[in-house]
Design a protein around this ligand. Sequence first.
Ligand SMILES: CC(C)(COP(=O)(O)OP(=O)(O)OC[C@H]1O[C@@H](n2cnc3c(N)ncnc32)[C@H](O)[C@@H]1OP(=O)(O)O)[C@@H](O)C(=O)NCCC(=O)NCCS
Length: 132
Amino acid sequence: MLYSSQRMVMYPHLNAAGILFGGQALSWIDEEAIIFAAQLLDTQRLATVKMSEVYFKTPANIGDIVVIGTELIKTGQTSITVRCEIKNKTTDKIIVSVDEIVIVALDYNKKPTKHILADRNKIYENSTQENS
Ligand SMILES: CC(C)(COP(=O)(O)OP(=O)(O)OC[C@H]1O[C@@H](n2cnc3c(N)ncnc32)[C@H](O)[C@@H]1OP(=O)(O)O)[C@@H](O)C(=O)NCCC(=O)NCCS
């Protein structure tokens, strides 16, 4: 898991109970997953098509510094699947995790298009066939 962003929980990020608002946490996660995909796929034309179950494990409070991590789970033809979590930097506890975020590469008409990792497995398969 690559932890590349940090945030401090401030008043605008809180819900009515005075803890980090879930919608805010999901916004940070969605943005982080898209930035991760943009770097990996070398394009900014991307859209999140699906988020799996979201688990809010521990609350975050005002002044907490949190770190946001991403990792690649799966590579498809037009999509990649990413796992994402937010951890409390002070306590090291997981605040929220999303096991699968599916991000799709788009063409100029906003339709799915093959990304640069699409045929990586095929190339590997071909090279092993040639070598055998
Ligand atoms: C993203 C979008 C263009 C995909 O269009 P689509 O017609 O569903 O595309 P496809 O059926 O060709 O699927 C494209 C890829 O997404 C994957 N996908 C689509 N729906 C999925 C789902 N519900 N779960 C998992 N993967 C899914 C497909 O498996 C495919 O991946 P692959 O090529 O790597 O195998 C369209 O759904 C869309 O515009 N959605 C709105 C996106 C959005 O506004 N997001 C919020 C803001 S970022």
